[in-house]
Design a protein around this ligand. Structure first.
Ligand code: NI
Length: 247
């Protein structure tokens, strides 16, 4: 169930039987010549909603703008500074904790968010730690929709080295599963994008002129997206279930 479609009495009643919630978190950033700007937000959102439907979990609104400074040389990208994202995550956690949510599970779609969200968790926990007062505190986790065992194995089977690390055929396929009318099959030149490290947005665009890193998203398809969706929903149900159970 989406939190946005609940009434407050429904949320209150649900909290009496379950204190878990899934918070999709992504980014608004370029995803190569044929990838949607919203890819990193769309992917965890559809997986979270699919998993939640099957296990009657609650899904918060997607945090759809993340830490994407390195993509800012491409039109359409919107980024938060790391300090801003830390503040956003902290305020979301504090809001949910105030109501009694105790297992807060961020399902992430953007590798560039991970370090910052982990820093936000450390910041949140440190505030409680420094008070010296014990009390009910939420448990926090960030998991990537693409990193579960089923999805990782399927991405490898489908794409091998052509998966790359940005604008991957897996993530683009999943967005096409969600929005098939936005599918834009396209050949890539070079077929495999370059790989490597980067600094700021200027450096990124110089090294990766069409936005991709190491990937060949010409291999994307709606059919693959449907298989990846199923795999990620299963991975998420398993991992979220274990998290809520205390593991
Ligand atoms: Ni992405």
């Amino acid at each position: 169930m989406r939190l946005q479609l609940c009434t407050w009495p429904e949320v209150e009643a649900r909290l009496a039987r379950s204190t878990g919630i899934i918070v999709p978190i992504g980014s608004t950033e370029q995803h190569g010549p044929n990838g949607l700007i919203g890819t990193d937000a769309i992917c965890p959102e559809v997986v979270a909603e699919g998993a939640a439907e099957r296990i009657d979990a609650l899904v918060a609104p997607t945090i759809s703008i993340g830490m994407a400074q390195h993509h800012l040389a491409f039109p359409g990208t919107i980024s938060l500074r790391p300090a801003t994202l830390i503040a956003v995550v902290r305020d979301v956690v504090q809001s949910l904790a105030r109501h009694g949510f105790r297992e807060i599970y961020f399902l992430n779609g953007h590798g560039g968010n991970v370090a910052t969200v982990q820093a936000a968790f450390a910041q949140y926990h440190s505030e409680a730690s420094f008070t010296g007062v014990d009390g009910p505190a939420p448990r926090l986790k960030i998991a990537n929709w693409f990193a579960g065992r089923r999805v990782a194995a399927l991405s490898q089977e489908l794409y091998g080295e052509a998966e790359g690390s940005h604008a991957t055929p897996s993530e683009i396929s999943l967005t096409w599963h969600a929005y098939p009318d936005r599918a834009r099959p396209m050949q890539m030149e070079p077929r495999l994008a370059p790989k490597g490290a980067y600094g700021d947005a200027f450096d990124y665009r110089r090294r990766f002129p069409d936005g991709r890193i190491g990937s060949d998203p010409s291999l994307s398809s709606v059919e693959a997206g449907t298989r990846l969706y199923e795999a990620s929903v299963e991975d998420t149900i398993e991992d979220y279930g274990a998290f809520v159970a205390g593991n």
